[in-house]
Write a protein that binds this ligand. Structure first.
Ligand code: SF4
Length: 117
């Protein structure tokens, strides 16, 4: 399939998945377009639209948890940031994605231990 058409198709499919989870595509169209383009390339290479920001390990159990949208597998972490790791999706009430901090997994775990989440 033509990459532009596939990008549009993924956008429609992903919209239906993330909407009931309380997320939307980032208002930053440039980043959305870039990340979807990367996902189309990853899909062509590996058979699934893997996350452009998280490395594949070759272990199926791990890798299938980073097929986009991976929100259900990382929900608490992403909810704490109000965005997914790449920033492709943000919480529905976010208007300025640049105002959101990226919190590493280890920082997030520390926050959980301290009861800050
Ligand atoms: S971090 Fe975002 S872009 Fe990456 S797979 Fe997860 S939901 Fe998709």
């Amino acid at each position: 399939m033509d990459p532009e058409k596939r990008k549009q198709k993924l956008r429609e499919m992903f919209q239906r998945v993330v909407d009931p989870l309380g997320y939307k595509f980032s208002p930053d169209e440039e980043i959305v377009d870039f990340l979807l383009e990367q996902e189309v390339m990853l899909e062509q290479k590996h058979g699934h639209p893997f996350c452009p920001c998280q490395g594949l390990t070759g272990e199926r159990e791990h890798d299938m948890k980073i097929v986009c949208p991976c929100i259900p597998f990382h929900r608490a972490h992403f909810d704490a940031m109000k965005r997914c790791w790449c920033g492709l999706y943000v919480h529905k009430n976010v208007d300025d994605p640049n105002s959101l901090a990226q919190i590493s997994v280890s920082e997030f775990r520390d926050m959980q231990k301290e009861g800050k989440t």
